[in-house]
Write a protein that binds this ligand. Structure first.
Ligand code: AMX
Length: 438
């Protein structure tokens, strides 16, 4: 007897061909202000969200409350004698719409260094997982474990007036952000360092302490952590992790539920997981060639092979950006300052020369330029953080700053539950037929 999967395989072919017909022939058919193409292509270019903490310009890149990354590297407070901004500062800026003073940032550091409220069951739950569990899976499980502590969920349960709920969201957000480096470091040490954990150092800043708990005392690595955790913090509202946060939050789910959901999106290879994929992809190239720095010709051949296999070149392309990502540039500047002769950095530079040309030649890639993920792994490898499966967790710790400040603001504004209208393939084909006949 035909099993359902075989039956469905036939049906799936029919459905796909109907969808391709819609996409190829009717994408330009107007549906109000937008067209069928916008509906079936991931809502690209459709404005449908209010999100205050940052705004992305396709040509220029991200601005956080109006400030570009170079401006923030200059203006945000730093540790004494430091050269990179403290992530506490970008959080303050996004939440308050105001640049922080040194004292403002110190106050945030002091609040986040009190990461004492992680219940024991979070660590026990993590310890019950095989160490082979992907670090991002462990991360979302750790975050979900913290949900027992939600003040917001309790306040809602207790009937707190909806206008007051933002205060509880704020409390959850601050507790969660303060806990994330400890949870992330715990995952790193149990997965890669035989469970030899390192106690936090409350005298350090949020990023410095994170580096310390991961087991990295090199001051340059701490600088890198401050830069990394600042530049990955936010990328306006429509990316998968930000949108997921505010979509789930619109149902009045608490910060733990929202952020765990967001991290499941970040764990996708087209989004945050691309940072691990870049290093994996480069290592595969090196393996094929027997190591060392490949030539431009070898790189070009390898990119073609990747494309011919129906895979993407990780770290390149973007749904909104149309130029080199300023987050790539900031990391490249860091590399040129501290490790200009690093082998992986040299390969990243060569890729930057070769990949855009090859992607442009495909005629379909809208942005052939590198994104943030093209560079981050090379910097981490340089300092000995070589376990690339862990890289998206670092991205996630940083992303908390933007999406969770936006989640707090969502409750301040009392935004309603999200409920966009959807259509079916059939209903769109019918609308297209009517428009064409008219
Ligand atoms: N390599 C190969 N093909 C690519 C490509 C890349 N780097 N970027 C885009 N394309 C392809 C798409 O897959 C699509 O092919 P299809 O028509 O056969 O489906 C076509 O080019 C058009 O895509 P697009 O409009 O240019 O991009 P998009 O908005 O659909 O996707 C993104 C954006 C980032 C998912 C895509 O560029 C990509 O897959 N990049 C590689 C993965 C990556 O680096 N992701 C990280 C992004 C940043 C982040 O979120 N952290």
């Amino acid at each position: 007897m035909e099993i359902l999967k075989d039956k469905f395989a036939k049906k799936a072919e029919e459905m796909r061909s109907q969808f391709q017909d819609l996409k190829k022939n009717y994408s330009d058919v107007k549906l109000g202000e937008y067209n069928i193409g916008s509906v079936i292509n991931g809502m690209r270019g459709m404005t449908g969200l209010l999100y205050d903490t940052s705004l992305l310009d396709p040509e220029e890149g991200i601005r956080f409350r109006g400030y570009s990354i170079p401006e923030l590297r200059e203006k945000l407070p730093k540790v004494p004698g430091g050269s990179e901004p403290l992530p506490e500062g970008i959080f303050y800026l996004m939440l308050m719409d105001q640049l922080p003073t040194e004292d403002d940032v110190k106050a945030v550091t002091a609040e986040w260094s009190k990461a004492t409220n992680i219940p024991d069951h979070v660590f026990k739950t993590l310890d019950s997982l095989p160490v082979t569990t992907h670090p991002m899976t462990q991360f979302t499980i750790g975050i979900m474990g913290m949900q027992t502590e939600s003040k917001f969920a309790k306040a809602y349960h207790d009937g707190v007036n909806k206008n007051e709920l933002w205060k509880y969201m704020y409390d959850d957000v601050m507790i969660l952000i303060s806990a994330l480096p400890t949870i992330a470091a715990y995952i790193y040490r149990r997965t890669y360092k035989n469970g030899e954990h390192i106690a936090p150092d409350p005298t350090l800043d949020w990023a410095g302490n994170f580096a310390h708990m991961l087991g990295f005392e090199n001051e340059e690595f701490k600088k890198l952590m401050r830069l990394h955790l600042t530049i990955h913090a936010d990328h306006e509202g429509g990316n998968v992790s930000a949108h997921t946060t505010i979509l789930v939050g619109s149902a009045l789910s608490d910060a733990y539920l929202c952020f765990a959901a967001a991290m499941n999106g970040l764990a996708g290879p087209l989004h945050g997981l691309a940072n691990q994929e870049v290093i994996r992809w480069i290592y595969q190239l090196q393996d094929e060639l027997g190591g060392g720095v490949p030539t431009k010709e070898q790189i070009e051949k390898y990119i073609h092979k990747t494309l011919d296999e129906g895979r993407v070149v990780p770290g390149y392309g973007h749904a909104v950006l149309r130029k080199t990502d300023p987050r790539f540039t900031a990391q490249h500047e860091f590399a040129m300052k501290y490790m200009p002769n690093d082998e992986l950095v040299k390969i990243i530079s060569l890729l930057y020369e070769v990949v855009p040309k090859v992607l442009e030649e495909t005629g379909k890639v809208k942005n052939p330029w590198p994104n943030v993920d093209a560079h981050s792994g090379a910097l981490l490898v340089h300092y000995g953080l070589i376990e690339y499966d862990f890289y998206t967790v670092l991205f996630g710790v940083s992303r908390a700053l933007g999406v969770l400040s936006s989640l707090t603001l969502q409750r301040v504004l009392g935004l309603p539950i999200e409920r966009p209208k959807s259509e079916t393939t059939q209903s769109l084909l019918q609308k297209a037929a009517k428009t064409v006949a008219a």
